[in-house]
Each structure stands twice: as C-alpha cells, then as structure tokens.
Design a protein around this ligand. Structure first.
Ligand SMILES: [Zn+2]
Ligand SMILES: [Zn+2]
Length: 373
C-alpha cells in the first residue's frame, strides 16, 4: 500500500518547525480520536496515520532520514503503530509524562484498559572505560511507587471494593454544555478514576500505591557506549488502577581512560615511538583492552601512520564481531642527546646529504620549481 507523504498527512510545509508540527498533529489527533469516533475504522486509520507521521517528523534523526530517503520500509523501527494503546503510551513519553490528549480528554493518560500508566524513572550508571568488553550487571537502588500489596493496588480497604462513581457512571469524564459546544472534562467527584473508594486501604491511604526502596540489577550489554540510554521495560513506577508500569531509563556514563579513546567499537591509542625505532622498525609492547600485546612497527614508519590491530576493540552492540584497536604512531624526537648520540647523528646527517630519501627529493624538487621562474 502506498503511503501518503508525512507532511501531507499533517498538512504542514516541508520546512515546518517543531511547534507547528506538534500543533497540526494535536488538531488531527483530536479530530480522529477514537473516543470521539467510536467504531469508525476510517477515523482510527487516520488517527494511526497521523501518529506515525508525527512520530517521524517530531524526531530530528528520523525526520532527516525521511527527508533524504522518503518512506523506506521498516526503516523507522517502530514508527508505525499497531494499535491505539501504542500511540497513547508513545505520546505520554513524547510529551513528558502527560498525554497530548490530556488537556482535552479529562487530564488523564488513561489507556483503554482504564488504568493510568506509571511514570518512567531515570537512573545513571557509571562504568569504567574497559567494562563494556563483556556484558556487565549493575545494581542500583531507587525509590519508586509500587502497587500496594495490602489492597492489590485497588486502594480500597481489604474486604471492600471501590464502587462506580455516580456522577460519571464510571466513565471518568463528564460532559458539560455551553451553548452549542459541549466539553469533556475530568469528573470532579472521582478525579477521572471512574470509581470511588468509600473505605480507603489504610496501608496506602487509598492511592493503591506505596513508595518502596528497591535494588534493581540491570544487565548491560557488551559494547554499550557513553551517553547511551537503556530502557528497562516495566521497572518504572506502578500504573494506577491496573494500568501498566512505566519504564526505567538508565543513562550510561563511561569514565575516560588515560591512554585509550573510543569511537564506536574501535579503540584509539597514540603510541610514542623513538625516531630510530620508527626508521629501523621495532617490536613493541602495547596495551590493549585485554592486556599487553606485541605490535610490529615496520621500518620507515612515519609519524601519523595508523596501524590496525584487528578485533582488539569493543564487541559490537549488535552482537556481530568486535571493533579494532587503531594505533597511531607518534614519532618522538629526542630533546636531549648524549655526546655519543650527537656525534652519531651528525655523521648520519652528513650521509643524508648524498642519500636523499624519496619524499625529501620530491619536496626539494617542488621547492626548486617554485622559485625557478
Ligand atoms: Zn493499599
Ligand atoms: Zn466520576
């Protein structure tokens, strides 16, 4: 099936700014919202189409890819939504915990199952530079709202049950009309819950949730990089009224290394080499992520030359193989010479005049040409 252009779907120009895109999407989402069009398959399709377009155009990286390549099947990794619940949960994150519909639909990010999704939590994980050469487990402690055990999250005292709210008949929202317009707003009696608790659970004061300290062990895959964020599904705060739990987002920080630098799965090392070693060649011991390794520097190596030690980098995140260690030769010119060294070097310099190396010859030739006119 041919897909419509995302800009066309949202009815915005190619150069539309983020605010404009958000506004256009907001409008469409309200128009096609399933609560407003119950049982209307066409409206639902339009709702999904708009959500997909927004999902791509609201994300700088995805938008850039789309501008460049257009629709490329499967390239947007989950930008397509299979069901309406996905859209609600996706946008509760995009809009910082509250649904885009929140302001208009009773201030709740209610999923269709009725319960509100729990908030996502963030944590930070510190790793040493070399840690990602294999999978690591880190235990962090956090404080989060969990479902109350006493009342199984219902908020009602054990042995009692919440009763349906009489003002909204369990819908959580009420319609008020002003002239021609009718507006939906959160039910003031039950605050959108649809039910009322007459005898609150003493353990959680009727909220259905309790704050608990938890230790959570997080499995970190080999090859993780500094600045990446891991999503641990379902380890955020408990949902309300049977809603799904939020996620735990872990920001990974990797400490710098005194010798190594990293780019993706590759590791960089600057290796100081004496100029005689560079000229004559040498076998040198170099540090790698997995210990000392021997590296052969060929005679005549120039400063800036990069040697590749295959497979000595980090495992690739996708699980396919490892990066390399790239070793850049830095030729060191001695700043102090012993008498003997100086004598030898002077002898060497004298031989050099007759024995011009190819690179120097070409430089000399070009130099000559430059002033020969
Ligand atoms: Zn309780
Ligand atoms: Zn109510």
């Amino acid at each position: 099936m041919a897909k419509r252009d995302y800009y066309e779907v949202l009815g915005v120009a190619k150069n539309a700014g983020k605010a404009e895109i958000k506004k256009a999407y907001h409008k469409l989402a309200l128009k096609y919202h399933p609560d407003r069009n119950p049982g209307d398959a066409e409206a639902e399709a339009s709702f999904k189409e708009a959500a997909e377009a927004f999902g791509v155009l609201n994300d700088d990286a995805k938008r850039q890819q789309y501008d460049q390549f257009g629709h490329t099947d499967g390239n947007f990794g989950g930008a397509g939504f299979n069901n309406v619940e996905d859209i609600f949960s996706a946008f509760s994150e995009i809009f910082g915990g509250s649904s885009v519909f929140g302001d208009f639909f009773g201030g709740s990010a209610r999923t269709r199952s009725g319960g509100r999704r729990g908030a996502s939590l963030r944590c930070a994980i510190e790793l040493e530079f070399g840690d990602p050469i294999e999978p690591v487990e880190k235990t962090i402690s956090l404080r989060r709202a969990e479902s109350c055990e006493e009342c199984s999250g219902s908020g009602a005292k054990a042995g009692t049950k919440p009763t349906q709210c009489t003002q909204c008949q369990g819908a959580g929202v009420v319609m008020t009309s002003a002239g021609f317009f009718s507006m939906r707003s959160t039910c003031p009696r039950c605050h959108g819950r649809g039910e009322v608790i007459s005898e609150p659970c003493p353990a959680c004061s009727g909220s259905g949730r309790k704050m608990n300290e938890r230790e959570i062990t997080i499995k970190i895959p080999a090859g993780i990089e500094d600045g990446m964020t891991m999503r641990v599904a379902g380890e955020g705060e408990a949902g309300e009224q049977g809603g799904p739990s939020g996620d735990l987002l872990c920001d990974v920080h990797i400490r710098p290394h005194p010798l190594f630098k990293r780019a993706g799965a590759d590791v960089y090392l600057e290796l100081p080499v004496g100029f005689a070693q560079a000229a004559l060649g040498a076998k040198l011991e170099v540090p790698t992520l997995r210990g000392r390794k021997e590296l052969k520097v060929a005679g005549g190596s120039q400063g800036g030359h990069v040697m590749r030690m295959k497979g000595e980098g980090f495992p690739r995140l996708d699980g396919y193989g490892r990066g390399d260690q790239l070793v850049e030769i830095v030729v060191e010119v001695p700043s102090k010479l012993t008498k003997d060294q100086e004598r030898l070097l002077r002898e060497f310099a004298e031989t050099e005049e007759q024995n011009i190396t190819p690179e120097r010859k070409s430089f000399k030739d070009k130099f000559k040409k430059l002033f020969s006119k």
